[in-house]
Structure formats: structure tokens, C-alpha cells
Write a protein that binds this ligand. Structure first.
Ligand code: UD1
Ligand code: UDP
Length: 358
């Protein structure tokens, strides 16, 4: 049984790392399963890519396609062509894609056109905002996938609403739980304090990179103004995505009160989450990780795919309004972890067992 895994962006390394570990475990038990990894090259800086393979002991990619920093069409198109070449020669039984990036969609299109079944990890999530590139990627990927692994009940319900019943027999929906929950459990005991960052008390952990906030310069300006204001009284640590870094530099936004650091590896990131007093982010993954570690999270977006965290009161949606952001940050209490949202921490095992037909 051969699986080709398609990766390209930071959150995919983190998600796929846990599934690769489970594949290795099953190999150790004598299962006949091989994983071939294709890295599209979408994220390419060492601190956006290599660090995760090093630290998380993710098997090195067998193929590196080197497709980087292009427009959506050029990037996705070049990825499809290059992935297709590899799939034609590797002839896998399954192609596995993660999440909702351009690498996800490219992998799903290349495989499905070759009639290779696609397994989509993190299927069924919806923001219902078609302005988001991620929403387009995830809807299209789900529609052409054969195994739809849902991280949450809401994701499963979304697919039911879209009529997944009628996509049968090609498509099957499986509630797996969230592979990021498996990862959080595994890495919480391996995490480490980042060096070269002075941390001596309370701090807020923040990330911003989503297109909806960074493509729209006035949104980014307002969010940064709010964070800079909050940082007058409380330390705000911002590991900065290269996309946002470029925009801050080009527009000379005032970030003088913020503690801006380079993107960190996952072991440092988990430490930063566990030890912070509040998370503020537009990241999909970080919204949940805050919850896994019982931290309240202020979501710098107008909507979210992780709606159960908002309705349960752990996370609050504030969009880009400066006053709302400042007010939300002042309400500081920890959330309560309720593990039933994202499975039992065995999502990777459920996924791998499904693929090998157990
Ligand atoms: C992508 C995903 C987004 C995901 C995010 C995770 C798409 C459409 N978007 O967004 O869903 O949340 O990854 O982080 O797939 N850059 C560098 N070095 C890098 C990577 C990026 O400098 O290693 C810069 C480049 O200027 C690039 C820009 O960041 O043009 C945007 O990168 P891209 O991969 O297109 O989108 P992300 O914003 O990272
Ligand atoms: N992350 C990290 N280092 C950082 C910032 C984020 O390891 O400097 C991790 C974060 O903990 C989460 C994942 O990257 O596991 C989320 O990726 P990102 O926010 O880039 O993408 P999204 O989840 O929004 O698609």
C-alpha cells in the first residue's frame, strides 16, 4: 500500500508530522505501507519549513517541487503539473492532502484527474466566506476527494448539508477527530522555551498572516494599531509570518511596542502557547491549539471554521475593529478544555487504519 502525501505550507508539516509518525508505528507492527512525501515548496524559508522536518522528525520529502511565491493561478497550476509527473511515476494507492492551501487543491486536482483516490485530512470545514482563498480550496478539494476525514462534528454536518450522501459511492465521510489534537498531546512534553526572547512574566501570544487581514492594508493597519496599544501595558509576542513582515516594512506601520520575533519552530511554539496568558490570532491552527492548552483566544477574523470554540465561549471573534480587539484582550481568563470537540487524540490512527483497510 503506497500513500503519496502532499505538503507545502507550515500547518501541513505540523499536521502531516503526526500522521507520518503513525505510519511509521504501523510499519513497525509489520503493516505493508509506504509513504512518499512531496513538498511543493510553497513555504520555503528555513523557519517556515525545514525547522519542522528537523524538530518533529518528519521523514524528509522524497520530492521537492520548488514552486514558491506566485499568484494563486500560477502557483496552483505549476504545482498541478509537477505533482502529476510524480504521481504518474509513483502510481500510489492513495494521495493524502491536508487542510486548505493551494498545495492541498493542487494535489487533489492532480490525483483525481489520474483517478487516484484522494484522502482529505481536515475535510468539511467551512467559513462560508467565498472571498477567502482557503474556502475555495477546501470546497473544491472535498468535492473531488474519496476519503473525507472530518476533525469535528460541525465539519461532518457541513458535508451532510452539502449533500455528501449523493457523492457516494466514490466518497466516504469519516469522523476522525483532529490530527492537531493528537500532535498537541504528543508535543506538550517535548516543548522548549525559545532562546533569544526575553520572557519574564505575563505575555500575550499573537500571530497574523491571513490574506483577509494582510491583503487589505487598512485591516492590517487597524489590527496592528490595536495590538500596539495593548502592548503599552502587556507584553505582546508576535512571531511574524514573512507575508506580514514584508507588509509592515513596506507600509512603515508602528509596531514599536510589540515584541516581534522570527517565526519559531513547533516545539518553541507549543511552549509559547502553554505559558502565555492569552492568544490573539487569525490562524486556523492556533485557534484550536489555544483551546487544547486551555487558553482563551481572541480571533482576529470576522468568521471562523472552528465555530464550536466561539459558541462554547473559549474563543471570541472580533474582526479588525480596534476597540473590540482592545476590549476583548482586557477580558483575561483561561478557557476550559472539553476534548469532545476534536476526537480522542487518536485521529491519526483512525486515518491510517482506514487507508490500509483495517
Ligand atoms: C498560506 C495559505 C494559508 C495558510 C498559510 C499558513 C494559501 C492560499 N494560503 O498562506 O491558507 O494559512 O499558508 O502559514 O495556500 N513567504 C516567504 N517565505 C516563505 C513563505 C512565504 O517569504 O517561506 C512570503 C512570500 O512573499 C509569499 C507570501 O509570504 O508570496 C505568501 O505566501 P503563500 O504561501 O502564498 O501564502 P501564505 O500567506 O503563507
Ligand atoms: N506556528 C509555529 N510557529 C510560528 C507560528 C505558528 O509553529 O511561528 C504553528 C502554530 O502553532 C500552528 C501552525 O503553525 O500549529 C499554524 O500555521 P499557520 O498559522 O501558519 O496557518 P493556519 O493554521 O492559519 O493555516
Amino acid at each position: 500500500m503506497k500513500i503519496v502525501t502532499i505538503l507545502g505550507a507550515r500547518p501541513q508539516f505540523i499536521k502531516a508530522g503526526s500522521v507520518s509518525r503513525e505510519i511509521c508505528r504501523q510499519q513497525g507492527l509489520g503493516e505493508d505501507i509506504t509513504e512518499i512525501i512531496i513538498h511543493t515548496g510553497q513555504h520555503y524559508d528555513a523557519n517556515m519549513s525545514e525547522v519542522f522536518f528537523d524538530e518533529m522528525q518528519i521523514p524528509r520529502p522524497n520530492y521537492y517541487l520548488g514552486v514558491k511565491a506566485k499568484t494563486h493561478g500560477a502557483m496552483t497550476g505549476e504545482m498541478i503539473a509537477k505533482i502529476e509527473e510524480v504521481l504518474v511515476s509513483e502510481k500510489p494507492d492513495w494521495v493524502m492532502v491536508y487542510g486548505d492551501t493551494n498545495s492541498t487543491l493542487a494535489g487533489a486536482i492532480a490525483a483525481s484527474k489520474l483517478n487516484i483516490p484522494v484522502a482529505h485530512v481536515e475535510a468539511g470545514l467551512r467559513s462560508f466566506n467565498m472571498q477567502m482563498p482557503e474556502e475555495i480550496n477546501r470546497i473544491l478539494t472535498d468535492r473531488i476527494s474519496s476519503a473525507l476525514f472530518c476533525p469535528s462534528q460541525v465539519a461532518l454536518d457541513n458535508l451532510t448539508q452539502e449533500g455528501v450522501e449523493f457523492w457516494k459511492p466514490r466518497a466516504e465521510v469519516v469522523f476522525s477527530g483532529d490530527v492537531m489534537f493528537d500532535g498537541a498531546i504528543h508535543y506538550k512534553n517535548l516543548c522548549s522555551k525559545p532562546e533569544n526572547v526575553l520572557i519574564d512574566g505575563d505575555y500575550i501570544l499573537c500571530t497574523i498572516h491571513r490574506a483577509e487581514n494582510t491583503d487589505n492594508i487598512s485591516r492590517l493597519e487597524e489590527i496592528l494599531a490595536a495590538l500596539n496599544e495593548i502592548a503599552k501595558d502587556r507584553k505582546v509576542i508576535l512571531p511574524l509570518h514573512p507575508r506580514t513582515k514584508k507588509l509592515i516594512e513596506t507600509n512603515s506601520f508602528d509596531t514599536s511596542n510589540l515584541t516581534i520575533i522570527e517565526p519559531v519552530g513547533y516545539l518553541n511554539m507549543v511552549w509559547l502557547i502553554i505559558n502565555c496568558s492569552l492568544v490573539m490570532t487569525d490562524s486556523g491552527g492556533l485557534q484550536k491549539e489555544a483551546y487544547f492548552f486551555s487558553k482563551r483566544c481572541v480571533v482576529l477574523r470576522d468568521e471562523t471554521e472552528w465555530v464550536e470554540l466561539v459558541s462554547s465561549g473559549s474563543n471570541v471573534l472580533v474582526g479588525c475593529n480596534k476597540h473590540k480587539i482592545i476590549e476583548a484582550a482586557s477580558k483575561n481568563y483561561n478557557s476550559k478544555f472539553d476534548e469532545s470537540f476534536y476526537g480522542k487524540g487518536n485521529a491519526c490512527e483512525i486515518i491510517v487504519n482506514y487507508l490500509i483497510g483495517k
